[in-house]
Ligand binder design. Structure first.
Ligand SMILES: Nc1ncnc2c1ncn2[C@@H]1O[C@H](COP(=O)(O)OP(=O)(O)OP(=O)(O)O)[C@@H](O)[C@H]1O
Ligand SMILES: [Mg+2]
Length: 240
């Protein structure tokens, strides 16, 4: 057994001038774990992801992936070590078909599979095979979210980061997304940032609450929903 966390941050801080977007964050994720991150607008969630993926170089502190320091490495170097991200910002080539979008997102080909095979298996897994020949710029928002998700999964990263994947999805699409996340979690560790508490309930695992760049609480979903401090700063009285 390997008890070393898959991901660990120590004293991780990211300052933008006087803004402490992240302030001494100690975070740990086990191999194969599924974790939700919640917190108000500006709490530091996306900044946290950007420090994990190399989009930002932390001001202080460490990011350890399988025990090795990766803080400050390039995005490409961190991606090649098995971290994939679906960002909050759209990331599709609108002029390419769905198939082509996935094809270009597969950087490395393993297990003697062809690139086409990997793309087809991934579309099957995410349930978007029927969109394969459509031009990305012409498909609707919800479907785009699933295509973007597939682009991350096609690389088969050990750790997948999703930044607000349910944003703008219908209730039915949100349920489908929760099922896909559970299915993905059989093979991948995931961290999911979300505002939608219904969706967090559907995922139903450990939740970390960010507040003003720090971790305010960390617990099972039900305990978080009943945590008075969390309710005061984030959920409000109507959320549960
Ligand atoms: N590139 C930047 N330059 C300056 N300030 C930034 C930058 N990126 C983020 N910030 C600030 O850092 C803080 C955290 O922002 P961040 O985007 O991480 O929040 P978030 O939790 O993802 O919020 P949301 O739920 O709205 O996506 C905010 O005060 C934000 O204005
Ligand atoms: Mg964000």
């Amino acid at each position: 057994m390997n008890d070393q966390p898959l991901l660990q941050t120590r004293n991780l801080s990211m300052h933008f001038g006087g803004v402490r977007a992240l302030d001494q964050v100690d975070f740990s994720l086990s191999r194969g774990e599924l974790r939700c991150l919640i917190g108000s607008n500006g709490a530091g969630k996306s900044t946290f992801f950007k420090c994990l993926t190399g989009q930002l170089t932390p001001t202080h502190g460490e990011v350890l992936l399988n025990g090795a320091e990766v803080g400050g490495l390039s995005s490409a170097a961190i991606a090649s070590r098995g971290v994939g991200i679906k960002t909050q910002v759209p990331n599709l080539f609108d002029g390419l078909t769905v198939f082509e979008n996935l094809w270009v997102s597969v950087r490395s080909v393993q297990d003697n599979k062809s690139r086409d095979q990997i793309v087809e298996e991934t579309m099957e897994r995410i349930g978007i095979t029927h969109l394969s020949k459509l031009v990305a710029g012409e498909i609707e928002h919800g479907q785009r979210q699933f295509v973007e998700l597939a682009m991350v999964v096609a690389e088969s990263p050990e750790l997948i980061l999703f930044d607000e994947p349910a944003a703008g999805l219908s209730a039915e699409e949100t349920r489908r997304l929760a099922d896909i996340i559970h299915e993905l979690n059989r093979e991948h560790a995931l961290i999911v940032v979300e505002h939608d508490m219904q969706f967090i309930r559907m995922i139903g695992k450990q939740v970390t609450v960010f507040h003003q760049g720090q971790i305010l609480a960390e617990d099972e979903t039900d305990a978080i929903l009943n945590n008075q401090q969390v309710r005061n700063v984030y959920l409000g009285k109507s959320a549960v």
